[in-house]
Design a protein around this ligand. Structure first.
Ligand SMILES: Cc1cc2nc3c(=O)[nH]c(=O)nc-3n(C[C@H](O)[C@H](O)[C@H](O)COP(=O)(O)OP(=O)(O)OC[C@H]3O[C@@H](n4cnc5c(N)ncnc54)[C@H](O)[C@@H]3O)c2cc1C
Length: 474
């Protein structure tokens, strides 16, 4: 059988693309979705709860619903959080409309109608004003909270709808290679080849390396994305409560005076734990998690500087890896921990000094050391400037006891060069979502899937009777 469209990856990007294809083309289109992982109800991983998933493929990142199926499922209702959709399509208002459309579809499949949060009111405005005074922005984000249980239910409803509409799901099926054979595409899998007229590559962050290698092999042009480098900050929970009481994951952004670099908070975990991450290349890093059933008395969050490189080294992934290698070496295979006061005084931390702190580290498998020796000077400058300025608004943030863990590095996939309808430089191959470097969150991943579907329909010569599509076309 020759499919009209083959979609690689059943995360938000792939699912929304399949939805939009069948919705616009009625029953007249054959669509197959291939995923390395399994259906939502088959995905389970007790170790995921403690951040030590060892299943292959990992149930946390692979399978229908994509990465984050087991997370708290927060849909950020802005096009510039979770990606830069407005830049991709060249219009803020159309990008906002598409994000709202994605939200409507989530609600259609069972996302809770009443769980929308929008920080507002005099306290929020006061914080915005005080942060503006020190050169920082507190970003107001409307968010829908689907919740972990809700996410699984929504994805099951979504999948049932697609299956009833005739979409075929091939799970447990990794696509090894994509090749062009005459006017058709051939997707090689261990369960046999799949042929299709068009292909959407939406393999997510876990499939980013696969995407990069395939893209290079078949001639899809790629550009490097910026890299985010920094530390995970840990403070007593009461220090951050005023901000986390405003909304769950407060986003504070500052362009620093020292280097005019963007520094931002990310992944704030009230009452959470700092966790260690091991990468395939034997480097280590840190991240943060919150659990429903156990809480710490601290709050942690990532404080990251965005780095974009130009000639001669554009490869930010390689740059990030070299920082991770240095930090891992200095930490003897463990993340480095340092008190802010020790970093400012130019000396390493010791267990003795950390024990005399008011913050007890939630991650103990660390080496007290000197982050100043592991991270680039400008990254350290940026984070010190941020903490000291924001301390005027959130007292205690820049206390000498504040704990810093390094390295926290967010690698973003190489970004596929795409047109407004997400078609890559190889005709008939479309890209969407995190794996193609086009998003960093559920909202924008889904939106790029919707747009790619429109591109596929145009390629297949189908009419699209859709107001949003008409807006993007203009
Ligand atoms: C723990 C966690 C919590 C998160 N929480 C949130 C949140 O609350 N809000 C938010 O906005 N974002 C969150 N994110 C990020 C969010 O999950 C991603 O941005 C989003 O899922 C990206 O969607 P995607 O469709 O691009 O890719 P993914 O969701 O990653 O899906 C890609 C799919 O492709 C499949 N695949 C990969 N390679 C192949 C191949 N070769 N052949 C076949 N299949 C393949 C994978 O198995 C996977 O199922 C979270 C992520 C994680 C890991």
């Amino acid at each position: 059988m020759i499919y009209d469209a083959a979609i690689v990856g059943a995360g938000p990007a792939g699912l929304f693309a399949a939805y939009e294809l069948v919705k616009n083309a009625g029953g007249g289109l054959s669509v197959v979705v291939l995923d390395k992982g399994y259906m939502a109800r088959q995905r389970h991983c007790p170790l995921a709860k403690v951040g030590k998933c060892v299943c292959v493929p990992c149930h946390v990142t692979h399978g229908v619903g994509g990465a984050g199926l087991f997370s708290s499922g927060i849909i950020n209702l802005r096009p510039d959080i979770g990606g830069d959709l407005h830049e991709l399509i060249g219009s803020w208002s159309v990008a906002m409309d598409i994000i709202n459309y994605v939200d409507d579809v989530f609600v259609k499949f069972g996302a809770p109608v009443d769980r929308v949060f929008e920080p507002s009111g005099p306290t929020f405005s006061d914080y915005q004003r005080s942060l503006a005074k020190v050169g920082a922005q507190l970003v107001p984000i409307r968010q829908r909270h689907i919740g972990t249980d809700g996410s699984i239910r929504v994805i099951e409803n979504f999948t049932s709808y697609l299956m009833e509409a005739g979409v075929r799901f091939m799970v447990g099926t990794a696509v090894e290679h994509v090749s062009k054979d005459g006017g058709l595409f051939r997707l090689k899998t261990r369960r046999g080849d799949v042929e299709a007229r068009t292909v959407l590559m939406a393999p997510g962050r876990a499939g980013a390396e696969w995407f990069r290698d395939e893209a290079r092999r078949i001639g899809v042009e790629l550009n490097p994305n910026p890299l985010d480098v920094g530390v995970r900050v840990e403070v007593p929970k009461y220090v951050m409560d005023p901000l986390t009481d405003l909304y769950m994951d407060p986003k504070v952004i500052m362009y620093t005076r020292s280097h005019d670099d963007k520094v931002r908070t990310f992944c704030v975990n009230p009452g959470g734990f700092v966790v260690m991450e091991n990468y395939d290349d034997r480097t280590v890093g840190v991240n943060g998690e919150t659990y429903l059933d156990r809480k710490s008395s601290n709050t942690n969050f990532a404080l990251l500087t965005s780095i974009r490189l130009t000639d001669p080294l554009e490869d930010t992934i390689e740059y990030g890896k070299s920082i991770a290698r240095l930090a891992t070496k200095l930490g003897g295979g463990r993340p480095i921990i340092q008190r802010l006061g020790d970093l400012e005084d130019g000396r390493r931390s010791t267990w003795d000094r950390i024990r005399r702190s008011i913050v007890e580290p939630t991650l103990k498998f660390v080496t007290p050391g000197d982050i100043g020796m592991a991270l680039p000077h400008r990254v350290v400058d940026n984070l010190l400037e941020f903490l000291n300025k924001v301390d005027n608004v959130v007292p205690g943030l820049a206390s000498k006891y504040t704990l810093l863990y390094a390295p926290e590095i967010k690698y973003y996939s190489m970004r596929a060069v795409v047109n407004k309808l997400m078609e890559t430089t190889v005709e008939g191959i479309f890209a969407a979502g995190d794996g193609a470097g086009l998003s960093r969150g559920i909202n924008v991943a889904a939106a790029t899937g919707v747009i790619a579907a429109w591109g596929i329909l145009v390629k297949l010569g189908k009419d699209i009777n859709n107001e949003l599509f008409n807006k993007i076309k203009q």
